[in-house]
Design a binder for this molecule. Structure first.
Ligand SMILES: CCCCC/C=C\C/C=C\C/C=C\C/C=C\CCCC(=O)SCCNC(=O)CCNC(=O)[C@H](O)C(C)(C)COP(=O)(O)OP(=O)(O)OC[C@H]1O[C@@H](n2cnc3c(N)ncnc32)[C@H](O)[C@@H]1OP(=O)(O)O
Length: 221
């Protein structure tokens, strides 16, 4: 086996392990949010969780280092809080995007509850920001969100398969506008939340100022 095949195998195995830990953490969070277990059980669980966390804290990165399993330019972000399979706080949303159009699917658990039975409004905005970001990136005009305008028409039900959509509607120099919506998978044409976002492509000096340390610390592929 060549070195490069071995390193691809290692990366794949690492990503699978990260996703497996992510699944376990999401199960933990959902159970910890939904549980009505007695206090003794909670105390015991807290002890076990601290035991599990300790070895993970022995080798950590700081904010100027990308995760070793990430591929920033390839769009792989294992710990992204919306799509990251390794993120405890990501639903995670599964997104497909091409040519300035994105579709996504997820189901939100009780950890995302705002009003009883329904998603927190900030969570809906987070999902839509991500969806619009994928539409914008695949339109060939990647940028950062500078404005996100969200309309809450109906509450978003928890424990219900959701369908998310986004598309770029306008490119005006460095400014890109995209719209998006959250609906249930059952009635995808009835928008529960809609959003319009404005994204701005960074000038080279802005990218350098904001992300210089990360780009300098990038590991070779
Ligand atoms: C290392 C590079 C990264 C490469 C990534 C590559 C691949 C990634 C792959 C996949 C990713 C896939 C999807 C992405 C997923 C999710 C997206 C989530 C997005 C976010 O979650 S991102 C976090 C939140 N986001 C911020 O943290 C931005 C904070 N912000 C700033 O850092 C500055 O805002 C900055 C530097 C962006 C701009 O700098 P600035 O503000 O100085 O603006 P500037 O002069 O450059 O303006 C240019 C034109 O935009 C107009 N403009 C600006 N702001 C406006 C506003 N608010 N309303 C109306 N118009 C506005 C101006 O009026 C002007 O218009 P005009 O050209 O016509 O004069």
């Amino acid at each position: 086996m060549t070195d490069s095949v071995q390193s691809v195998d290692r990366l794949t195995a690492r990503r699978e392990a990260i996703a497996d830990l992510g699944d376990a953490l999401r199960e933990l969070i959902e159970h910890a949010t939904a549980t009505e277990a007695p206090a003794e059980e909670l105390i015991r669980a807290a002890e076990l969780v601290r035991q599990a966390a300790a070895p993970l804290g022995e080798r950590i990165r700081d904010r100027s280092q990308l995760a070793a399993a990430d591929d920033l330019l390839g769009g792989v972000r294992m710990y992204n809080p919306v799509i990251g399979s390794g993120s405890a706080i990501a639903p995670p949303v599964r997104i497909e995007a091409a040519g300035g159009v994105a579709t996504g699917a997820c189901t939100l658990g009780l950890a995302y509850e705002g009003p009883p039975m329904y998603a927190h409004g900030g969570v809906s905005a987070m999902l839509l920001d991500q969806m619009l970001g994928h539409a914008v990136t695949t339109s060939g005009n990647p940028g950062m969100t500078v404005r996100l305008d969200t309309s809450y028409r109906r509450p978003v039900p928890l424990h219900t398969p959701l369908r998310l959509t986004a598309e770029v509607t306008q490119v005006d120099g460095r400014r890109v506008t995209a719209i998006g919506a959250i609906a249930t998978a059952e009635t995808p044409d009835d928008a529960l939340v809609t959003a319009t976002g404005l994204f701005v492509a960074l000038r080279a000096d802005q990218a350098q100022r904001l992300f210089g340390p990360v780009m300098r610390n990038r590991r070779p592929a």
